[in-house]
Design a protein around this ligand. Structure first.
Ligand code: AOF
Ligand code: ZN
Length: 370
């Protein structure tokens, strides 16, 4: 069986070292865009002699840091890396050549690089030089680690995550729009971590008016995402936490000819304003791709969430379900109108998992691929 053989590829040491690569790579979570998360470990005689990870675009690749640490000991050693070593001159020279020059005997790769500049070329170059190459150790975990990078390369769009918190009866606020707080502090802590791992957080004007959110990771030691507000007409409050840009940058996306006075006010507060017409999730994702983002978190209300789903700007859903009942015929729900009449038309998530978080349930799943 394919799945079984794949998950048991490599020795227990191989798999443990690949997991270590993933752990190292994650140290740069949220800071590598548009580059992947990559970690590398060099092993000789069962000992780790060098480790490294890619800190972000423009910096050397993971393999280079690991090779530096190993020095001359790298001769005849095995290097583990969760992504195929590159074979191109990009912002940095090819790692394949660095590995050949260092004299490593074996390269264990987690997954083939989907980047067309590399894709298989790095592996071929290593084999040409007589280096033994093993591909696919802990491949599932490696793919999960770089799911945003893979999506970005395959579809030329950032990876979209829709996150929401709702009551057990499916409401994201009361009939008056009050929503603080639906979930427990544990769930909110996970949301802060999620923000630190993403490159942008998107909301609509309604969320700014009703919730006045900060959308930061609340963890000053890590990274804050670019906070994006979509508003066609700039019918927004003049005072909002999002206009305070000392902790994190804010970008307001609007349509051409929306209130020049309000735009001026935002610019004075160091809020960036960009006009995209028509202002749709598709246009926004196109634009954020060009801005080199890997992942965006939709933290919007139901109306915007529905168009984001309809326009394939969402790949993954993360829902927190609180054991609370608030009722209300007109209380809003997480996803607005999708125009579906039959239950058989429902969008069915794949690879669904759930677990308790504090007193809430966290459910995660993927939308069927485009
Ligand atoms: C990384 N870090 O550790 C590895 C990468 O523009 P460059 O030169 O930094 O090249 C980026 C590409 O290099 C990236 O898309 C991926 O295909 C390959 N491998 N990238 O940023 C790394 N090993
Ligand atoms: Zn490289």
């Amino acid at each position: 069986d394919q799945m079984l053989s794949a998950s048991f590829l490599g020795t227990p040491l191989d798999r443990a070292m690949m997991q270590r690569c993933i752990e190292l790579a994650r140290r740069a979570l949220g800071r590598t865009a548009p580059n992947p998360l990559v970690g590398a470990v060099i092993v000789k005689d069962g000992q780790i002699i060098g480790e490294g990870f890619h800190p972000g675009a423009g910096n050397p690749h993971a393999e280079v840091f690991a090779l530096r640490e190993a020095g001359d000991l790298a001769v005849g050693a095995t290097i583990y890396v969760n992504l195929e070593p590159c074979n191109h001159y990009g912002r940095t020279p090819p790692c394949s050549e660095a590995l050949v020059a260092a004299g490593v005997a074996k390269v264990v790769v987690g997954m083939v690089d989907p980047d067309p500049r590399v894709s298989g070329g790095g592996i071929a170059r290593l084999q040409q030089a007589g280096i033994e190459v093993v591909v696919g150790v802990e491949e599932e975990a490696c793919r999960q680690l770089n799911e945003a990078f893979i999506h970005r390369i395959l579809y030329q769009r950032p990876f979209g995550i829709l996150k929401y918190a709702m009551t057990l009866d499916g409401k994201i606020a009361t009939t008056t729009g009050h929503s603080a707080w639906i979930t427990s502090p544990d769930a909110r802590h996970i949301v802060h971590q999620l923000r630190a791992a993403c490159d942008a957080v998107i909301v609509g004007g309604n969320t700014v008016r009703l919730d006045n959110p900060k959308l930061t990771s609340h963890q000053t030691y890590t990274h804050n995402p670019l906070r994006v507000v979509m508003s066609r007409n700039l019918d927004l409050p003049t005072d909002a936490y999002l206009w305070e840009t000392t902790d994190a940058p804010t970008l307001v996306l609007t349509e051409a000819n929306s209130s020049p006075y309000f735009q001026q006010m935002l610019l004075k507060k160091n809020v960036e304003v960009v006009e995209l017409t028509p202002l749709t999730p598709t246009k926004v994702m196109e634009y954020l791709y060009q801005r080199n983002l890997l992942s965006v978190l939709w933290e919007c209300g139901g109306t915007l969430a529905a168009s984001a789903i309809a326009q394939a700007a969402v790949q993954k859903v993360l829902a927190f379900i609180a054991p609370k009942i608030v009722g209300g015929k007109t209380a809003p729900s997480p996803v607005g109108d999708l125009g579906l009449a039959m239950m058989t038309d429902a969008i069915t998530l794949e690879r669904v998992t759930w677990r308790p978080v504090g007193s809430d349930c966290m459910l995660e799943g993927y939308l069927p691929p485009l």
